[in-house]
Design a protein around this ligand. Structure first.
Ligand SMILES: [Zn+2]
Length: 57
């Protein structure tokens, strides 16, 4: 399991944060802190899947 860098729950996304920098985040922290701009986040379970571009979801 990948831990959320902010609250230590299970992380679901790798995302760029509003204040800058990148972190593994859970859904709650993603909603609160992520920049949520297309191309700056991805779902962790999609990383490494064939045919899946990183940071495209
Ligand atoms: Zn969190």
């Amino acid at each position: 399991m990948v831990k959320c860098d902010i609250c230590n729950k299970e992380a679901t996304k790798d995302a760029k944060l509003k204040q800058g920098g990148w972190a593994n985040v859970c859904e709650d922290c993603f909603n609160k802190y992520a920049a949520k701009i297309k191309g700056t986040f991805t779902t962790l379970k999609n990383i490494g899947k064939p045919g899946r571009k990183i940071y495209s979801d």
